[in-house]
Design a protein around this ligand. Structure first.
Ligand code: NCD
Length: 312
């Protein structure tokens, strides 16, 4: 990994992805080996949108590497409330931390913010844009459960506003995959993403569907997503779609026994709880994989950044 900032999964080559996943697997096997590795490092958490998993797993990951975190806290209690710009917030906080994690409701905000800082900046979600660290833990989970090559994956739900979907779809073009996108017409993948996938994909097959039925029996992985209510311009539009594209045990009757069901969480009602206890369910394991994967990523970025500084 030679990157300073991680803004979109488009930056990641197959080699980059394998480096992070291999390091994560090593850490997963023996976390104590890295317990003091970044004892003097501080990670800055800047979350301008709600988060449970991403924020807590970054915090846990940094602490398990021996480091510590500083957290901007809620917008209500920060200077953002007084009108501070994002550029100023990151310029100030880079003085307090060795790396920054940013989540922001505006698409493109992470790219903009990264132009103002020298420490590594990790995009933890920019509006309906990208969420590359989620993608790395998704890939880790797919690799463990189904393997990343010769993979048939269905990605279902809110493909328009779902940033985890955009990031995952781009990253999967590094592998030999057949990607099926299942959604209502109004929540299809943005056209530019479909165009890019066709352009970038080295043999990646991309198909769009409005129903799961026809593709389900061929899938190795089904990645379900939440309808991103907070990004809907019109609440009536949300109400029309909410509740569609849910799965339960009956839906999965035609699935392969080996089908892995994933979800970035939080789920609302997309996956019936009765699926939780089946061998299909990998979404809690997926959330737990956030720890070794984010530990690996932080380790690689901090290591690179420190080495870069001493080399200069
Ligand atoms: C996702 C997000 O924030 O984009 N959550 C997460 O980080 N695991 C998915 C979502 O909110 O639906």
């Amino acid at each position: 990994m030679r990157h300073d900032h991680l803004i979109t999964s488009k930056q990641l080559s197959r080699a980059d992805i394998e480096t992070v996943l291999d390091r994560a697997a090593e850490i997963d096997a023996d976390p104590s080996a890295v317990a003091d590795r970044h004892a003097n490092s501080v990670l800055g958490l800047l979350f301008f949108e709600p988060s449970t998993r991403t924020k807590m797993s970054f915090e846990t990951a940094m602490k398990r590497l021996g480091g510590s975190v500083v957290d901007m806290g809620s917008i209500e209690s920060s200077s953002v409330k007084k009108g501070e710009t994002l550029a100023d917030t990151v310029r100030v906080t880079e003085g307090y931390a060795d790396a920054l994690v940013l989540r922001h409701p505006k698409q493109g905000s992470a790219t903009m913010a990264s132009e103002f800082v020298d420490v590594p900046l990790l995009n933890a979600g920019d509006g309906a844009g990208h969420h590359p660290t989620q993608t790395l833990l998704d890939l880790y989970t797919i690799r463990e459960n189904a393997g990343l090559d010769d993979l048939t994956i269905g990605i279902m739900g809110d493909l328009k506003y779902g940033r985890t979907v955009h990031s995952l779809a781009y990253a999967l073009t590094n592998f030999d995959t057949r990607q099926h996108f299942i959604s209502p017409e109004s929540l299809q993948l943005p056209r530019e993403v479909v165009y890019d996938l066709h352009q970038e994909g080295n043999g990646t097959q991309v198909r769009e569907h409005d129903s799961l039925e026809e593709v389900l029996p061929s899938l190795d992985v089904l990645y379900v997503t939440r309808i991103q209510r907070e990004r809907f311009p019109d609440e009536n539009e949300y109400q029309k779609i909410a509740g569609e594209y849910q799965i339960d045990l009956e839906t999965l009757e035609d699935a392969r026994d080996e089908l892995t069901v994933m979800h970035p969480l939080p789920r609302v009602d997309e996956i019936a709880p009765e699926i939780d206890d089946t061998d299909h369910a990998a979404y809690f394991e997926q959330a737990h994989n956030g720890i070794p994967v984010r530990m690996a990523l932080l380790d690689l970025l901090l290591e690179n950044h420190t080495r870069g500084e001493t080399d200069e």
